[in-house]
Design a protein around this ligand. Structure first.
Ligand code: PFF
Length: 477
């Protein structure tokens, strides 16, 4: 059953994809990774990866979505059948759906922390609190399964409500007011950061390229981050692409998404580091940067509790526009495959995800380090879930690049991309060779057993194998 649904406006895909891309990845993960990995050097690698790997795969994923015009799982089934390729490539749809499902389960718990901080800051509870007290309050939050569960429930229910209303009444209308509002809030927070913080130090930290600061690990993290931040390899972009009008240019749209996403991450970085440096703190704080260091800065700066509250509203909003894109691919599949109504499909997906989210909630308290369950498995369930997605994400991206690069005909792609033939050549070279090689490299390094430069060597072998397989399975009948 094919879906004939299309976004109401030509520009909606861009809006929706930017909504998906901009989220905790930009506001929380990007600044702390940059902080831990030497600022400018990290950002340079990140920007190069976005251009060489992120944008080509973004084009490929949107292209597959629009060519399939169905949910990722059904769309890949259709494409493999219509192109006479191996059924194995359907794994792209299934893996994407699985990854979206798992990511949403923990994304919702982390977004829930932002709800807690919105309350703490607006109510003035952090006013004048010492750095230690603020650090302890984060610890207290994580130690309370009840609180974490309440926020997780609120967040996932709100996201489900939007998707349940449908792509027009829910997703489209929601994004149309949320996205400009979020951008406005970011501008306000940036203005505040520049006024009361140390913007000079922030800029020099983010834009001074000192390569000695960058480890191999940092390099790989920059590549992994470029995937996560563009929402690649999880069917989210493919699902939205299925509703994209046939006239919209893929190349221009993909470049715009990447540029806006990167600009927003940089703006958030400048705002956050201006506040952090302005309060005399360090950049390398790890995941606690947004939930401990930043609240400490807000607690001591003038007007900090109001502006801090506003900042965390931005975090919640950006996370919601991302989480709806994680619900859509799975919900759309349930509707297509089982003929259920959209609200029921969304209800099923969200309830199952909520349940899986309990594993993350308990990972910070009753199943945390030191508890029997942790000793049994050597890591927390949250770590396991994150590890699985760290594997599925690049693997999905790799397969998407190979499928789009080798299976689709030149005419088909040139028509879809509506771009100059010269750009097609560049794109094809990148998705056929460069992106798969880079992704295989990142992917292998997520394996704890693979040390040092063994990864690129194994990567090369895998890539040569993939090309051979690509040619074998992709010959069109
Ligand atoms: N891109 C989102 C972020 O940066 O927070 C996270 C995300 C959303 C990843 C949707 C994957 C996805 F399918």
């Amino acid at each position: 059953m094919s879906s004939t649904k299309i976004w109401t406006h030509k520009g909606t895909f861009l809006l929706a994809a930017v909504g998906s891309a901009v989220g905790l990845g930009n506001l929380w993960r990007f600044p702390y990774l940059a902080g831990e990995n030497g600022g400018g050097a990290f950002i340079l690698i990140y920007a190069v990866t976005i251009m060489m790997v992120g944008i080509p795969i973004l084009i490929a994923e949107t292209l597959l979505g629009r060519a399939g015009r169905r949910s990722p799982i059904m769309g890949m089934k259709y494409l493999t059948e219509s192109h006479g390729t191996s059924k194995g490539w359907r794994a792209i749809g299934w893996m994407g759906a699985a990854a979206a499902f798992i990511i949403l389960s923990f994304y919702s718990v982390i977004a829930g922390w932002a709800i807690h901080y919105t309350g703490l800051l607006f109510s003035g509870s952090l006013d004048g609190a010492s750095a230690d007290a603020i650090g302890d309050s984060f610890g207290d939050l994580l130690a309370s399964p009840g609180l974490l569960l309440t926020y997780h429930t609120l967040f996932i229910a709100a996201s489900g409500l939007i998707v349940g209303l449908g792509i027009h009444k829910g997703i489209e209308s929601g994004l149309r007011w949320m996205m400009p509002a979020l951008f406005l809030i970011l501008l306000i927070v940036l203005g505040y950061g520049v006024m009361v913080g140390d913007a000079g130090a922030a800029l020099s930290f983010l834009f001074t390229f000192n390569f000695d600061d960058l480890s191999l690990e940092g390099w790989l993290q920059a590549m992994g981050q470029s995937f996560f931040t563009l929402s690649l390899g999880m069917g989210a972009i493919m699902a939205y692409g299925a509703y994209m009008s046939s006239e919209t240019s893929l190349t221009k749209t993909a470049i715009s998404i990447a540029v806006v996403d990167t600009l927003i991450a940089l703006m958030a970085g400048v705002a956050i580091f201006a506040l952090v440096f302005g309060s005399g703190m360090e950049a390398a704080q790890g995941p606690g940067l947004m939930f401990v260091t930043l609240p400490i800065a807000f607690a001591e700066l003038p007007g900090g509790s109001i502006l801090g509250g506003v900042f965390f509203v931005l975090v919640i909003g950006a996370a919601i526009t991302s989480s709806i894109s994680l619900i859509e691919p799975v919900a759309a599949f349930i509707v297509e495959r089982f003929g259920l109504s959209r609200p029921v499909a969304v209800g099923l997906m969200v309830s199952a995800c909520w349940l899986l989210g309990l594993a993350t909630v308990f990972s910070f308290n009753i199943w945390a380090e030191g508890t029997i369950s942790h000793q049994l498995f050597g890591r927390s369930p949250f770590d396991v879930l994150e590890f699985i997605t760290n594997v599925l994400m690049p693997l999905g991206g790799l397969l998407i690049a190979l499928f789009a690069g080798w299976a689709l005909s030149r005419e088909e792609v040139v028509k879809e991309m509506s771009t100059h033939a010269g750009w097609f050549e560049v794109w094809q070279f990148l998705v056929r060779f460069i992106a798969p090689t880079a992704v295989a490299f990142v992917f292998l390094r997520t394996m704890p057993q693979v040390e040092g430069y063994v990864a690129p060597a194994i990567g090369a072998v895998i890539i040569i194998g993939a090309f051979t397989a690509g040619r074998t399975f992709m010959v069109r009948r």
